[in-house]
Design a binder for this molecule. Structure first.
Ligand SMILES: Nc1ncnc2c1ncn2[C@@H]1O[C@H](COP(=O)(O)OP(=O)(O)O)[C@@H](O)[C@H]1O
Ligand SMILES: [Mg+2]
Length: 394
């Protein structure tokens, strides 16, 4: 009988894989002192029995909003020891007023797990709980995902009007800057009592964040500082997004590990960058409606075979003509026995694809076949063809 020890191999790169996971929150969050202090000062009134003002937090993805808020609420819970509560809600999952309130009720009242209670009942029970003079702070992360948010915010405002003691506050978090515009003016003025911005990280900041993770998560001597700095620089150039930076770093570590190296280097970071980018592209494509995918496929096919008209103007040889892409798309529709959409819809698909960075376009100007759009693919055609065919099959 062989021993399992034979199959349990220690990683040469990782000391603790969890440290590189997107869910891991380090004890020390660099470069967020200011935001953390401000969060604490906005919650502090609750520890003195007063209702905190509502707060809206804005910042792009990966700027540390979720982890900073979680860290502060943990400290809050320790300090208040149950006399007041914060409830964290991921609105991607709990995306309706009923679900949010149910989640709140379950979090603050032990044993409250009866499904099937209607919203009015849940609302009354929460009011009773708060009515003992408690402060309840509801954190709505990715608040823009809530359907009927106006109703939810109205419910919370009304609760405060009804309560004689205690209160409900909201901390809303979003990475959509224009989300405000969709709100009813009343909701807007209630949610935006206070506002806070999380700026993107600079290259230096990302490098420090990655170094901290590398030291905690990798074996000593299993990485070069050059590789860490490259990963930080790449992510800063893309977006200043710490999640993306960590993804590149952990992918690079996996690549080094798979090729049985002792150290992760610049080369691994470069390969990781390509893979991570394709992952992101893949996610974006899979969410697209079928016609968008077919147009993208047509662009990719033509990019491989080359434009029929490229010879007419050598300076534009890497571009495709909008008209020929439309023809290719229409043929593809025929082959797949789908009815192709009008040229007008086709142009709107092109626009959407361009917004997502999947392709770029320029207007040709007069002279080249009249006035037309010139199109170029944003990623290598072979890879896109693979991704789109798979997605269309599924
Ligand atoms: N200042 C920081 N120091 C260390 N890690 C950070 C910092 N900011 C973000 N991270 C890490 O980056 C990832 C994304 O952060 P997150 O808080 O989820 O961003 P957001 O909510 O703004 O999209 C998480 O894994 C988090 O641990
Ligand atoms: Mg977040």
């Amino acid at each position: 009988m062989p021993s399992f020890d034979e199959f349990i191999t220690e990683s040469r790169i990782f000391k603790d894989r969890d440290v590189l996971s997107p869910h891991y929150i380090p004890d020390n969050l660099h470069f967020r002192d200011h935001q953390i202090r401000e969060l604490m000062s906005s919650l502090a009134p609750a520890l003195m029995g007063k209702k905190p003002r509502n707060l809206f937090i804005y910042g792009k993805t990966g700027t540390g909003k979720t982890c900073s808020v979680k860290q502060v609420t943990q400290k809050f819970e320790e300090k208040s020891a149950g006399s007041s509560r914060t409830v964290y809600i991921n609105c991607r999952i709990h995306n309706k007023p009923y679900r949010v309130m149910l989640k709140v009720a379950k979090a603050v009242m032990e044993g409250f797990d009866k499904q099937g209670y209607g919203l009015p009942h849940i609302y009354e029970r929460i009011l009773e709980w708060v009515g003992n003079g408690k402060q309840l702070i509801i954190i709505l992360d990715e608040i823009d995902m809530v359907k009927n948010l106006d109703e939810l915010l109205y419910l919370i405002t009304r609760a405060n009007d009804e309560l004689e003691a205690g209160g409900l506050s909201v901390i809303g978090i979003s990475n959509r800057l224009l989300f405000k515009e969709d709100l009813d003016p009343r909701s807007k003025s209630s949610l935006y009592e206070r506002e806070m911005v999380f700026p993107p990280y600079t290259a230096n900041q990302l490098q420090t964040i990655l170094k901290q993770r590398a030291e905690l998560g990798f074996r000593p001597n299993a990485f070069t500082s050059g590789a860490i700095n490259l990963a930080g620089a790449v992510a800063a150039q893309e977006s200043g997004d710490a999640r993306y930076a960590l993804k590149i770093l952990s992918r690079a570590a996996e690549i080094a590990e798979e090729s049985e190296k002792d150290k992760l280097t610049d080369e691994d970071v470069k390969s990781a960058r390509e893979l991570v980018e394709l992952d992101i592209v893949k996610e974006a494509i899979e969410k697209l409606p079928e016609n968008h995918q077919m147009v993208l496929y047509a662009v990719a096919r033509l990019s491989l075979s080359g434009s029929k008209y490229a010879r007419l103007d050598e300076t534009k040889d890497s571009y495709l003509f909008s008209g020929e892409v439309y023809e290719e798309y229409s043929e593809l529709c025929k082959r797949l026995k789908k009815s192709s959409k009008t040229a007008r819809s086709y142009r709107s698909y092109l626009n959407d694809l361009e917004m997502l960075g999947l392709l770029t376009s320029v207007e040709s100007g007069k002279g080249i076949r009249g006035h037309t759009k010139l199109i170029k693919l944003g990623h290598p055609p072979q890879e896109l063809i693979k991704i789109v065919s798979k997605s269309l099959e599924a």
